[in-house]
Ligand binder design. Structure first.
Ligand SMILES: Nc1ncnc2c1ncn2[C@@H]1O[C@H](COP(=O)(O)OP(=O)(O)O)[C@@H](O)[C@H]1O
Ligand SMILES: [Mg+2]
Length: 252
């Protein structure tokens, strides 16, 4: 197993937003997570990626206990996430947004801006090239030099994905990648996720767009009030009466 989440709880002043959740993710998987608003999905991501560390339980990534590690350390191991509301730097270009996501080369960057050594210049050239490769892959090359604040919702979601790809991830947590995205771009994002997965990157995808999630996921979890309500084959999970009830009949 690449990722193991064991009995994880995260509370906010006594309220358990995530309440004893356990799940496992294999290296070749795409796991879908659905659930009503406020079910605790984003908080679960925050516990896994480290922004809101677990109050109880244990999280292991590639055999290592990461439960209490800072987010940047988890990212260095290859565990990264995107956010439900994209966090682009609005006044930076798309290309600059990707560069800003790259880890600093051992503090040299600060000095480098005054006395760029050959080492620093070469490193930055490599990063710039890497960012361009990712922009090509995500079909964003034509907006490379556009300020990110002016992009469409769907393009901002792709920039979020581009930013985490700069970190050479092994596992990507995507928080609502299809929200506010047009159907053509949803298909495009699905296609890129499948390609990255085929190259060995595991995914957990939170999404309300259940049809797209069903077609993308190998396995699915539905959360309700901080707990896992159902888990398994996507078709079976969406047919589950408890899931239908949580969605009050009609939505699925
Ligand atoms: N930082 C926070 N402080 C207090 N309550 C929070 C915080 N983050 C989330 N919550 C609460 O935790 C619950 C789960 O939120 P969230 O994980 O965002 O749900 P979901 O992503 O499934 O819609 C909600 O009731 C939300 O109001
Ligand atoms: Mg959420």
């Amino acid at each position: 197993m690449m990722l193991t989440v064991h009995s994880v709880t995260r509370q906010f002043g006594g309220f358990k937003a995530v309440d004893g959740v356990s799940l496992q993710l294999a290296a070749q998987e795409i796991l879908g997570i659905a659930g009503t608003n406020g079910a605790g999905k984003s908080t679960l991501f925050a516990a896994i990626a480290g922004q809101q560390p677990a109050d109880a339980g244990e999280i292991r990534f590639e055999g290592q206990d990461i439960t209490h590690q800072a987010p940047y350390r988890r990212a260095r191991l290859g565990l990264v996430r995107t956010f439900q509301v994209p966090r682009e730097f609005k006044t930076l270009t798309v290309h600059e947004n990707l560069l800003a996501a790259a880890p600093n080369p051992s503090g040299e960057r600060l000095l480098g801006s005054f006395f760029p050594t050959r080492h620093v210049r070469e490193h930055e050239a490599r990063l710039a090239e890497k960012a361009d490769g990712i922009l090509d892959f995500l079909n964003l090359a034509r907006v490379r030099d556009v300020k990110a604040g002016g992009l469409s919702g769907g393009q901002k979601k792709l920039v979020e994905l581009g930013r985490v790809l700069m970190l050479d991830p092994r596992c990507i947590l995507l928080d609502e990648p299809f929200a506010g995205v047009n159907p053509v771009l949803i298909e495009e994002i699905c296609d890129r996720v499948r390609q990255l997965n085929a190259q060995g990157i595991a995914f957990i995808v939170i999404e309300h767009h259940l049809q797209a999630l069903k077609s993308l996921s190998n396995r699915m979890i539905v959360m309700d009030r901080g707990r896992i309500l159902a888990e398994g084959d996507p078709h079976a999970v969406l047919e589950d009466p408890r899931v239908q009830e949580a969605y009050m009949g009609g939505v699925v």
